[in-house]
Design a protein around this ligand. Structure first.
Ligand code: AMP
Ligand code: MG
Length: 488
């Protein structure tokens, strides 16, 4: 076998998925293969880049041992309930256990129609394929739990969107594709038997520690909540806005999934939204923990019958998990922003500096990533002018710096540690919207040099890389991309 498949999800009962083969695209070509990830997964890199590898990555012909399925799930989209969503343009082709012992799903995104496609074509345009590759790989090296990119290919056919666009297939790798929406699918059908099978599967695959608790299902909810708290705090600490935190886009293992209209903000504003369809700012940067909690409540609804026959007792356990989420999130976001500012002790008063920083950044339309990048340099003995040039009103910068220095003095600690901490919390490179847009525009013309350069650059986001200095810069007024679109 070219890939040592071991397909545990396909062994679950038939109502969990539909078996379906991918559609064969006319003329696929390889754009990029993630050889490092393939190695970890125990996949032969030469084979993956061969004709047979391309046949798999494009959905033309799957290798022995694969067992393609479209997973069933439901979900709340922008708060509205959809009892049946499912993989409409994606197929789980199988799972492999890597050299690191981790079981991972291999999924083709954009490989054609499935029973869940509804009115969609089951395909993907090239733009979202390139975007997901760039952003998910950048997130991984930034240290954010995420699904990964194994490969991107073109299909040789156009897909109909607003205009005709070249098509692509994205090969996504994830610890699994179980979502809150997967639980909701069975909950909506009042199918407690399937819910139990799903919960047991998730415990075995992702949360084996839950089995040590007096009530494994209550513990499962709590453990899922903990991973979501850390995940969302991480997103926010990098200025990342997921953009479409529907319950079907919340992965149970705690990885960022479904990069659609996501974006890293340039100028800081807590209400920042990029998604063209998020008219009311439901998924704005500063709303993400609140939405995370709402999503966990929807998961809790589905687990109540498993947690306890007595509904009141079950509800107490669910409330406990939600409280746990809020506490962990508060601690985590506080720590991350303290460290970004160079504060090593955890003194509650630092919240005043964090709030002031957000206020000043908002009023002065300060670039989020450059602010922390230049602040790190200031601490390292650099001039203050590159930092203060980011402010609309440079006097506000001087006032803020005075306050910041007071906190640093109070913080005590070792200078070397402080500098190292700031460097490790404040990346130099994040995938900026306008750069992604450039890579997509070139890719649509068949030129993948810009795309490849971005992927290469973002592999070392914390290092000084003079050859990529242009990628650090905020967009010029004419380059700003304020709106992003769902990856359909
Ligand atoms: P997403 O926006 O990726 O969260 O997708 C929401 C739902 O729409 C999922 O059930 C997808 O499978 C489905 N979907 C999105 N795009 C397409 C498409 N082009 N064809 C069929 N189904 C799609
Ligand atoms: Mg989705």
């Amino acid at each position: 076998m070219q890939i040592p498949f071991d397909n545990s999800y396909a062994r679950l009962p038939e109502n969990f998925f539909k078996k379906v083969n991918p559609s064969a695209p006319p003329e696929p070509t390889l754009i990029r293969v993630n050889t490092e990830l393939a190695d970890i997964m125990g996949i032969d890199v030469d084979w993956l880049q061969s004709k047979e590898g391309l046949a798999m990555l494009s959905g033309q012909a799957l290798p022995k041992g694969s067992d393609p399925i479209a997973m069933a799930y439901a979900g709340h989209q922008f708060g509205g309930w959809s009892p049946k969503l499912g993989d409409g343009r994606a197929l789980l082709i199988g799972e492999v256990i890597g050299n690191d012992g981790i079981r991972r799903d291999i999924q083709l995104k954009g490989s054609g129609h499935t029973p869940f496609s509804r009115s969609g074509d089951g395909k993907s345009a090239l733009g979202p394929v390139l975007r997901e590759y760039i952003v998910s790989e950048a997130m991984a090296v930034l240290g954010v739990p995420t699904t990964r990119a194994l490969a991107a290919v073109t299909t040789g056919e156009n897909v109909v969107r607003n205009t005709l666009e070249p098509g692509g297939v994205f090969t996504r790798v994830a610890q699994s594709h179980v979502r809150i929406g997967t639980f909701q699918y069975f909950y909506a059908r009042q199918d407690n038997g399937s819910l139990k099978i799903l919960a047991d599967y998730v415990i075995e695959r992702h949360y084996p520690d839950a089995l040590n608790a007096a009530n494994p299902y209550a513990e499962l909810l709590k453990l899922i909540a903990a991973r979501q708290a850390e995940l969302i705090a991480k997103w926010m600490s990098f200025g990342f806005i997921h953009g479409v935190m529907n319950t079907d886009n919340v992965q149970i293992a705690g990885e960022t999934i479904d990069y659609g209209p996501c974006a890293f903000m340039d100028d800081f504003h807590p209400h920042k939204v990029f998604s063209s369809i998020d008219q009311y700012g439901r998924y704005a940067w500063g709303k993400q923990s609140e939405i995370g909690q709402w999503n966990l409540m929807r998961l809790a609804d589905t687990l109540l019958p498993l947690i306890d026959d007595d509904l009141e007792r079950a509800k107490i356990a669910a409330e406990d998990a939600i409280k746990h989420f809020n506490e962990l999130f508060q601690i985590s976001i506080f720590k991350k922003f303290s460290r970004k500012l160079g504060l090593l002790s955890d003194d509650e008063n630092q919240n005043d500096l964090i709030s002031l920083t957000f206020e000043v950044m908002t009023e002065n339309e300060v670039d989020f990533t450059l602010f922390f990048r230049h602040l790190t340099k200031v601490y390292d003995g650099g001039e203050t002018s590159p930092l203060c040039r980011l402010f609309k009103n440079p006097a506000a910068c001087d006032d803020w710096l005075k306050k910041w220095r007071e906190f640093i003095t109070l913080d005590g600690g070792n200078e070397q540690d402080r500098l190292k901490t700031m460097q490790s919390y404040n990346p130099i490179l994040i995938p900026r919207n306008h750069r992604i847009a450039e890579a997509i525009a070139a890719g649509e013309q068949g030129d993948f040099k810009v795309f490849n350069r971005l992927v290469d650059a973002y592999r070392n986001p914390y290092s000084e890389q003079p050859e990529y200095a242009d990628l650090e810069q905020a967009p010029m007024a004419t380059e700003i991309v304020n709106e992003t679109f769902c990856g359909t």
